[in-house]
Design a protein around this ligand. Structure first.
Ligand code: CP
Ligand code: NVA
Length: 305
C-alpha cells in the first residue's frame, strides 16, 4: 500500500474528508462516553516542532495516547535538527523508528522534502503556507453546529496567511465559498495557496462587504510566527480589519465566529465577539483532538468500515 501523507488540505478527496469527519464524530462520542478505543496500540507518533505550539502538540500527543499509541516530541532547539542535519537524512532515520510523523515548520518545501524521504505518513502541523489540521477541525465544528458546509459562505478577514490559504483549498475540495478581505498589499497569492481555479473565492476591499450574509466569519493573528519583524508595520496596516460586533451584525444572524487561536483581543478580534454568542472557538480547539485522531487512524489503518 502506498504511503498517504497529509501535507496540504487537498491531499484528501471530498470522499475521504467526509469519511474522516464522520469517523471523528464517532471517535469523539466514544471518548465522551469513556469508551476505551485503542486501534493504534504499539504505534509511535513523532512530533517535530520548529515553531511554538500549545494546541497542536497537546491534541496530537493526547490523541495518540488515547488511541493506544505513544508520542515523542522533538524540537529544533535540542535535537540535531537545529544543527544542520539534512531534512532528507532526518526523514530516513525518524521514519525507521516511528509509524507516523507530524511536523510544524517554516517553508512548505521542508515538509515536502521530509515526506519524499519518509517510510511512514507525514502530517502537516503548520507551515508558512498551510495549516490543514486546523481547517479539518474548523469544518468539523461547522458541521456539528450547522450541518454540511457545501454551498455556505465563509468570510476570511485579515491576513492571507497559512490558515487563509487552507480555507481556500478546502472551499475547492468541499464546494463552498470564501469571501476574503485583506489590507492592500496582503492579498491572496493563488499560486502560494496552490488553487486549481478562482471560482470558490472572491476578494473584497471592504471587510464589511466580505462579512455580509456570511455563515461563518473567521480571522487569525495579524502577524504569524516567522513574520515577527513585520509586526509594527502590520499593526498599522491591519487596524481596520478587526472582526467586531458591527461586522458580526452584517453576517447572517446565526453566523458562527471562529479563530484558530491563540487570539489577540483588541487586534484581529474584539473581546465581545470572541467571548460572545457567535463564537465557537473552544469547540473548534477541542475538535483538533477528535479530527486528528480520525486522521491518524485513516492514514495508518485506512477505512475501518
Ligand atoms: N491553532 C493552533 O495551531 O494552535 P497552536 O499554535 O497552539 O498549536
Ligand atoms: N497563522 C498563525 C497560526 C497559528 C496557529 C501562525 O502561523 O502563526
Amino acid at each position: 500500500m502506498s504511503i498517504k501523507h497529509f501535507l496540504q488540505f487537498n491531499d484528501l478527496s471530498r470522499d475521504e474528508l467526509n469519511y474522516i469527519f464522520d469517523r471523528a464524530l464517532w471517535i469523539k462520542a466514544q471518548f465522551k462516553a469513556y469508551q476505551q478505543y485503542w486501534p493504534l496500540s504499539d504505534r509511535t507518533l513523532v512530533m517535530i516542532f520548529e515553531k511554538a505550539s500549545t494546541r497542536t502538540r497537546l491534541s496530537f500527543e493526547a490523541g495518540m495516547q488515547q488511541l493506544g499509541g505513544s508520542a515523542i516530541y522533538l524540537n529544533t532547539r535540542d535535537s540535531q535538527l537545529g544543527r544542520g542535519e539534512p531534512v532528507e537524512d532526518a526523514a530516513q532515520v525518524i521514519s525507521r523508528m516511528s509509524d507516523i510523523v507530524m511536523i510544524r515548520t517554516f517553508e512548505q518545501e521542508i515538509i515536502e522534502r521530509f515526506a519524499a524521504n519518509s517510510r511512514v505518513p507525514v502530517i502537516n502541523g503548520l507551515t508558512n503556507e498551510y495549516h490543514p489540521c486546523q481547517i479539518l477541525a474548523d469544518i468539523l465544528t461547522f458541521i456539528e453546529h450547522r450541518g454540511p458546509i457545501q454551498g455556505k459562505t465563509v468570510a476570511w478577514i485579515g491576513d492571507s496567511n497559512n490558515v487563509c490559504n487552507t480555507w481556500l483549498q478546502a472551499a475547492e475540495v468541499l464546494d463552498f465559498n470564501v469571501h476574503v478581505s485583506t489590507p492592500p498589499g496582503y492579498e491572496v497569492e493563488p499560486e502560494r495557496a496552490n488553487l486549481y481555479g478562482d471560482s470558490h473565492y472572491e476578494e473584497f476591499a471592504d471587510p464589511m462587504e466580505a462579512a455580509r450574509d456570511a455563515d461563518l466569519v473567521t480571522t487569525d493573528v495579524w502577524t504569524s510566527m516567522g513574520f515577527e519583524a513585520e509586526n509594527e508595520e502590520r499593526m498599522r496596516d491591519f487596524a481596520d480589519w478587526q472582526v467586531d460586533a458591527d461586522m458580526m451584525r452584517v453576517a447572517k444572524s446565526d453566523a458562527l465566529f471562529m479563530h484558530c487561536l491563540p487570539a489577540h483581543r483588541g487586534e484581529e478580534v474584539s473581546a465581545d465577539v470572541i467571548d460572545g454568542k457567535h463564537s465557537v472557538v473552544w469547540d473548534e480547539a477541542e475538535n483538533r483532538l477528535h479530527v486528528q485522531k480520525a486522521l491518524m487512524e485513516y492514514l495508518l489503518l485506512g477505512r475501518i468500515k
